[in-house]
Design a protein around this ligand. Structure first.
Ligand SMILES: *Cc1c(COP(=O)(O)O)cnc(C)c1O
Length: 464
């Protein structure tokens, strides 16, 4: 192929723009953005033609422009189907919101709201007012506020209660949450100093006492939310730490992580310490996430005794870490469901998924497998396998949730290729590849998603 002839045959900017106008791309992204992208793609195409001497077709160029626009300016945050078998998948946005929370977000987003106004006086009010009554009602605490996430709650509490001072933490509780969140590093940002006590596997009350003798100003207990210690292990129960804190006049902060408000043994899971228990044990502050076991929006809840909560609320950092109005709306609606635990189990998607019986999961998987087998024909061998699902989100480590998955073994292609194709579909479907098979676990499938998943499998068949 003659390179200069191929160069001449490249379409003009105008021609591509007209084609993109007809395809609706200009309306979606603006003429200016599309034109800039067309020029960029044409420049690259010219270089490619010069180097390789090959023809570049118009359809390929248009596709490239659209892909680039979509990636840079399009909606990259899209709804996706979680077929991983992990309910609180951090990469997939943790907890899906319930109907009540979604409606509350919509209402708060659509117009003005009473976010920070006292309707009695007309004066400025507090956004925390929307949450405090609910937080105290469902946790039994005297007071409560919420900030951006649990990491922010840790930072704020230590900054408010132990500024510039040492805080005693067991060496067995220096948790890394993932995504490079390490508790000691977050703590350091608060201005408090970490005073490590005990050893990795054994920490005694005397270790905390020694830290207080050396000047520590607060005691921090961290729930080992995402790992288990077994064997020669000892740690100090919260109630004993609380008694020590009272005796010595220092605050006890408990970073609970998960924020469980219900008894998970009701669905055959191991008992997870609940917020209510931690509050009842007398911790000055209990901190937890909004979007883990609570099943609400991203948030970091701080509940506990009146005085320490007020100190958090009035600390300057609270302004920087505050929750936005959409999350206030979603969190309030989520908490409202917990006023009645039966309603919470039914309405909070994370809890409803946990409560779905294994037999229902199996039936769901069988139905999907039939759709997959019909769609994929001789392109794949399809069956249903038992799987061990997880709660995820750094909660309930080691707890297994009996689930089922559709197992798809392509006859000619690699399962990774099919997994990638499902990820790139609309909506993206995120499955797993195990033992040379594509697994689509039904554990975290929300109502209605099996139909969408079946449709995705049919388009997989068309591409195969
Ligand atoms: C998850 C977790 C956090 C961080 O929570 P985010 O809401 O993600 O900031 C902090 N502490 C513990 C113990 C956790 O499990």
């Amino acid at each position: 192929m003659n390179g200069s002839a191929a160069l001449r045959r490249l379409p003009s900017v105008d021609r591509l723009l007209r084609a993109l106008e007809a395809r609706g791309t200009v309306a979606a992204f603006s003429r200016r953005a599309v034109a800039a992208c067309v020029r960029e793609v044409l420049t690259a195409a010219r270089a490619h033609v010069r180097a390789a001497g090959v023809e570049v077709g118009e359809a390929a160029l248009l596709g490239e422009v659209e892909t680039l626009l979509e990636r840079r300016l399009g909606g990259t945050l899209r709804p996706a189907i979680n077929a991983t078998g992990i309910i609180l998948h951090t990469n997939l946005g943790r907890a899906p919101l319930g109907v009540g929370a979604r409606a509350a977000v919509e209402a708060a987003a659509a117009g003005y709201s009473t976010l920070e106004i006292d309707l009695e006086t007309g004066e400025r009010g507090s956004r925390h007012a929307h949450l405090e009554g609910l937080l105290t009602a469902v946790t039994g605490a005297e007071a409560g506020i919420a900030v951006n996430n649990a990491a922010a709650a840790v930072t704020l509490s230590l900054a408010a209660l132990a500024p510039g001072a040492a805080v005693a933490v067991s060496r067995g509780e220096l948790v890394e949450i993932g995504g490079s969140f390490r508790l000691p590093e977050v703590m350091a940002q608060s201005g408090a100093r970490l005073a490590e006590v005990g050893t990795t596997n054994r920490t005694y009350l005397a270790d905390y006492e020694a830290a207080l003798d050396a000047g520590a100003a607060a005691l921090l207990k961290v729930h080992r939310s995402n790992f288990i210690q077994r064997g020669f292990v000892h740690d100090v129960p919260l109630a004993e730490l609380v008694a020590l804190g009272r005796r010595r006049g220092v605050s006890v902060v408990y970073d609970l992580g998960g924020g469980c408000l219900v008894d998970l043994r009701a669905v055959g899971l191991p008992a997870e310490p609940t917020v209510q228990e931690a509050v009842a044990a007398g911790a000055d502050l209990v901190l937890f996430s909004g979007d883990k076991l609570l099943g609400g929006p991203q948030a970091g809840v701080v509940v506990g005794r009146r005085n320490p909560v007020d100190r958090c609320r009035s600390h300057p950092l609270a302004r920087a870490l505050r929750l936005d109005k959409l999350d206030v709306a979603a969190l309030a609606a989520t908490l409202r469901a917990y006023l009645d635990p039966d309603r919470a189990w039914a309405e909070i998607p994370v809890l409803a998924l946990l409560r779905r019986p294994p037999a229902v999961r199996r039936r769901l998987a069988r139905r999907l497998a039939r759709a997959a087998a019909a769609a994929l024909g001789s392109n794949a061998v399809v069956d249903v396998v038992a799987t061990e699902g997880e709660m995820g989100g750094g909660t309930l480590p080691g707890a297994v949730i009996a689930s089922s998955a559709v197992r798809i073994r392509p006859t000619r292609e690699r399962p990774e290729a099919w997994a990638a194709r499902l990820r790139r579909g609309t909506p993206p479907v995120i499955g797993l590849v195990r033992d040379r098979a594509l697994l689509l676990d039904v554990l975290a499938l929300l109502p209605g998603e099996n139909t969408q998943l079946a449709r995705a499998l049919r388009s997989l068949a068309r591409d195969a």
